[in-house]
Design a binder for this molecule. Structure first.
Ligand code: MRU
Length: 304
């Protein structure tokens, strides 16, 4: 357990025979934990985004296989693997843990623990690498004005963060002036989660509407954009939260660096290009809410 002053956010851990997650739907209002004792409870938590973000889903998937073995619920593993289709980490985590099923529960649990540790180490490494790359690309040592979309922080990973990991690394070197945080429609991962993480870390930030991002970038207010990824195909095509494409296009137009910060666990060499990445379509109600006319329909792809 961490208290409110502890940076060591662990969104997914194993605790007393259950998967303990931070309930990300309750943030930023309440920091609460849920102990998930059944595979179906984990599937439901994944689908309502109580646990979310590609690397966090990978670790949850691996622990889910341990839970399935412990409870005699092996028939639920296929549905767990398919709970969200875009982030390759979920499938990879389930497959990695499943490869040890014949060795028994303890071996599967050890594999999940190892995966968690490796993800945190990878985040630290890629963050330093990304920060160095960006400083070299921009050829500067002044504090940077950055933009991020969605949440690719500690909450979305096993701990520390990917895109926000790069931001944290730069901040630790005194090299962050401000982070523009896209609110990230429709579920506000930027407003609720990224802003919460940056606030805890004392990193200056401005939350903005997604529709503001292009103008912020093109008018020269941003040195670089940094985002995470749900899947990187073999040719480098990348899927990330809906709205990321617009950020990339604006950066291309402004000739500003657009950095995808992701661990190798998010790279999927079996998928040749972005055209083969399945984009999750989510419920229309997430878009329509209580505002749209009753007869309106919605288009709600979760990634681009
Ligand atoms: O729908 P979400 O909130 O799971 O989408 C998450 C993202 O798009 C993240 O940017 C991505 O998973 C990378 S997390 C390090």
């Amino acid at each position: 357990m961490f208290d409110d002053n502890d940076d060591d956010i662990r969104p997914v851990t194993w605790h007393d025979g259950a998967i303990r997650i931070i309930d990300q739907t309750a943030l930023p209002g309440r920091l609460t934990y849920l102990d998930l004792n059944k595979v179906d409870a984990l599937i439901a938590a994944i689908q309502r985004l109580a646990v979310r973000g590609a690397p966090a889903l990978g670790v949850a998937g691996a622990y889910g296989v341990a839970l399935a073995l412990q409870n005699g619920e092996r028939d639920r593993i296929a549905d767990l693997r398919a709970a969200r289709p875009t982030a390759v980490n979920l499938m990879a985590g389930v497959d990695r843990a499943s490869a040890r099923i014949d060795e028994g529960f303890e071996a599967v649990l050890a594999e999940a623990h190892a995966m968690l540790d490796q993800e945190v180490t990878a985040n630290r490494t890629l963050s330093a690498y990304g920060a160095d790359w960006l400083l070299g690309r921009l050829n500067t040592r002044r504090p940077l004005r950055l933009l991020t979309h969605c949440n690719a922080g500690a909450l979305a990973t096993a701990g520390w963060g990917t895109a926000l990991g790069v931001v944290r690394d730069l901040h630790d070197r005194g090299l962050v002036e401000v982070v523009y945080v896209d609110e990230t429609r429709p579920l506000l991962q930027g407003t609720r989660l990224t802003a919460w993480e940056l606030d805890r870390l004392g990193i200056p930030h401005l939350v903005q509407a997604d529709g503001a991002a292009a103008g912020t970038i093109v008018s020269g207010l941003v040195d670089a954009a940094i985002v995470g990824a749900d899947r990187v195909a073999a040719n480098g095509d990348t899927a990330n939260k809906i709205g990321t494409l617009g950020v990339a296009l604006a950066c291309a137009h402004a000739e500003a660096p657009f950095l995808v910060a992701a661990p190798t666990s998010t790279v999927d060499l079996a998928t040749p290009s972005g055209a083969q990445i399945q984009v999750e379509q989510r419920a229309e109600a997430e878009i329509l809410g209580h505002s749209a006319p009753a007869a309106s329909r919605a288009h709600n792809p979760a990634f681009d």
